[in-house]
Ligand binder design. Structure first.
Ligand code: SAM
Length: 265
């Protein structure tokens, strides 16, 4: 437990601007190349939603952070999207984007790219408006609690997304597995779960904060999903090219999993 407290303390220095700069600006966000990490993530998500299997009333994103890219392909398939984060500073960054405040991070290159790869002829401004309207709640969360949202969620969500959260907030592997079990209670039986995360990473930087990460291998993720009662429909991995190793972390790759919580027996 004390190491979970230490992780929480280390996040107090997390700087959303620096995190966005490190991970969501060039060179990692280079839309001219599908081999670059950001377009790879966006394609995984777009293709998962294009299957038509993931839809419903509510989608919840676990550990949204200061980012919305992970919700762009989801917004056509749900009435309501719930964003969550542990840090008030990240929830404030999200609120500013939803309200269109002038100093908000510019996600327009992401929205334009997703409209392009989805190929449905949607105008990027339309998608931006849709996501802003559907992002109805931005809630505090702690994945280390048995009830991560306290009593905030009345009904389990129809689908769940989580990107780069569990491994980045867990002091060790047992905590990762417990956190996965905790968030799984927020998803209805039969609900789909899209999980993206870092492979073999031990730290990342966000301004003055140096955050420890539990190093994860593909096999660990698959085993943890199975243990938490998921069936895996798709699993992909990406090797971080040398040109994207820019000193802001020691990540060696990224995984993407599309899993489904088994219906109750
Ligand atoms: N989802 C974003 C992305 O794809 O870039 C942000 C990922 S960032 C590496 C990890 C996020 O987990 C941060 O936004 C942080 O505030 C959040 N976090 C930290 N402790 C947490 C906890 N105990 N429960 C849930 N989220 C937590």
């Amino acid at each position: 437990m004390s190491s979970i407290i230490a992780v929480g303390e280390s996040y107090q220095k997390f700087n959303p601007r620096a995190y966005l700069q490190n991970n969501y600006m060039p060179p990692r966000a280079d839309f001219s190349s599908e081999d670059c990490v950001v377009p790879w993530k966006l394609r995984c998500l777009a293709e998962a939603f294009a299957t038509g299997k993931i839809h419903g009333h509510t989608l919840i994103d676990i550990g949204t952070g200061p980012t919305i890219y992970q919700l762009l392909s989801a917004c056509d398939h749900f009435e309501e999207i719930i964003a969550t984060d542990y840090l008030a500073v990240n929830r404030e960054v999200l609120r500013r984007w939803v309200q269109g405040e002038p100093d908000a991070f510019d996600w327009s290159p992401y929205i334009k790219h997703v409209c392009r790869i989805e190929g449905k002829g949607e105008q990027w401004k339309e998608k931006e408006k849709k996501l802003r309207e559907k992002l109805k709640q931005i809630l505090p969360i702690d994945v280390h609690q048995p009830k991560p949202l306290g009593s905030e969620l009345c009904h389990p969500a129809d689908a769940m997304v989580s990107t780069f959260c569990l491994e980045a907030v867990s002091p060790d592997w047992p905590s990762f597995e417990r956190a996965l079990q905790n968030i799984t209670t927020l998803l209805k039986p039969g609900g789909h779960f899209l999980l993206i995360g870092a492979l073999e990473e031990s730290f990342y930087l966000a301004g003055e904060a140096k955050l420890s990460v539990v190093p994860v291998r593909e096999a660990d993720v698959k085993e943890a999903l199975a243990k938490s009662g998921y069936q895996i429909h798709d699993f992909r991995s990406y090797v971080m090219p040398p040109g994207l190793k820019i000193g802001v972390d020691d990540v060696s790759g990224v995984f993407f999993a599309h899993a489904q919580k088994k219906p109750m027996a």
